[in-house]
Write a protein of this length. Structure first.
Length: 357
């Protein structure tokens, strides 16, 4: 009996050692490295802080620390809107001591009652300071949707377009699992009814595209080309530069860019029928468009992600395990409108590659 108990205890201990190996590997074998990053999030509407949660989690998982050697705090280590106090944490006066900058979201925060903008959009003064710092100090900067669209000031947009080597076409879009759900903004429904003089009655999966001039296009499931309407894949340049090769569904917000000096590392592809393709062409909406762009000039690097990539609410609080990203990559999904598959299979590997350069 005692022998059986001993075997059982040994087996339990062996299992505990095996299961905890990724934790000990992360703690003892992975060194920390200073990587001071400024994170800007102007769209922090609640305490989930989901718009920059993904990049904060990844920095801590990779053991990248602030300048003082401490890990990043989701609530404390960003500039932008503070939902708890309803105050604003402005950009620091001196940006030169950061090696990286990350514009996670600048769409802003609006009043629940009136919809009036409380705070948001990139200002000319902010864009000018960021541009000067990045170019002067040869920093690496990242930005995502929504950086260029309203309420960003036109002059600020032009400065940032120059910095990132691209031009915004004026179009943004999003995939919806159900066009009849509450996730579809009310302004979309009102705009459709105003433009078409009929009631909004869409349901089922689809795409919604809207222009800077408030032109609205809705692509329901029957107009798809037999595939998921929006896919993401790395280009030849992306495979060469990042060493990544993946084709995935993309299920969230995106904006349509044109390169103006930047290299296209990944692209989106719209899959629609011929009739819808013709309608899109009339509006100047292409079937293939940049998803990830990289611009390098005078020692600085600028990466633009034409989507909400770091916006990830459904990620674990625990990051102290060396193989957790590999596990999540295997078990996550992009089916049924989920965004976690893209986060773990595209965004995380891409950011890991760039940050380790």
């Amino acid at each position: 009996m005692n022998k059986k108990i001993g075997v059982l205890v040994c087996a339990c201990l062996a299992a505990a050692v095996l299961l905890s190996a990724p934790l000990w590997h992360w703690i003892f074998l992975k060194d920390t490295e200073k990587l001071p990053m400024l994170i800007l999030n102007k769209t922090a509407e609640d305490d989930t802080l989901r718009e920059h949660k993904g990049i904060t989690w990844l920095l801590n998982h990779m053991k990248k620390t602030k300048e003082d050697g401490t890990s990043y705090s989701l609530a404390d280590d960003y500039s932008g809107y503070l939902p708890a106090s309803k105050k604003i944490r402005e950009l620091p006066g001196d940006l030169s001591h950061y090696s990286h900058l990350y514009i996670a979201d600048s769409y802003g925060v609006r009043s629940n009652k009136s919809g009036e903008l409380i705070y948001g959009g990139m200002t000319l003064e902010e864009a000018d300071r960021i541009q000067q710092s990045v170019k002067t100090n040869a920093q690496t900067i990242f930005a995502e949707f929504n950086t260029f669209a309203e309420p960003t000031e036109p002059e600020a947009r032009r400065k940032l377009e120059d910095l990132f080597g691209l031009e915004w076409t004026g179009w943004t879009g999003r995939y919806f699992l159900d066009l009849g759900s509450d996730e579809v903004p009310e302004w979309v429904k009102r705009s459709y009814e105003t433009q078409h003089s009929k009631t909004y009655r869409f349901s089922g999966q689809g795409l919604i595209l809207v222009s800077e001039k408030e032109e609205l296009m809705i692509v329901p499931e029957e107009d798809f080309g037999g595939k998921h309407p929006l896919s993401f894949s790395f280009t030849k340049q992306g495979k060469k530069e990042l060493g990544l090769d993946a084709e995935l569904k993309y299920n969230y917000w995106f904006d349509i860019m044109e390169p103006a000096g930047a290299k296209v590392l990944a692209s989106y592809h719209l899959h629609v029928n011929a009739q819808t393709e013709a309608k899109l062409s009339e509006k100047g909406v292409p079937l293939s468009m940049p998803a990830v762009l990289h611009h390098s000039d005078h020692g600085y690097h600028a990466y633009y992600f034409a989507g909400d990539y770091a916006d990830a609410n459904d990620i674990p609080d625990f990051y102290q395990a060396s193989k957790i990203t590999d596990w999540k990559k295997l078990t996550s999904s992009d089916k049924k409108g989920r965004t976690d598959g893209f986060f773990w299979k595209a965004y995380v590997p891409m950011m890991k590659t760039i940050l380790e350069k």
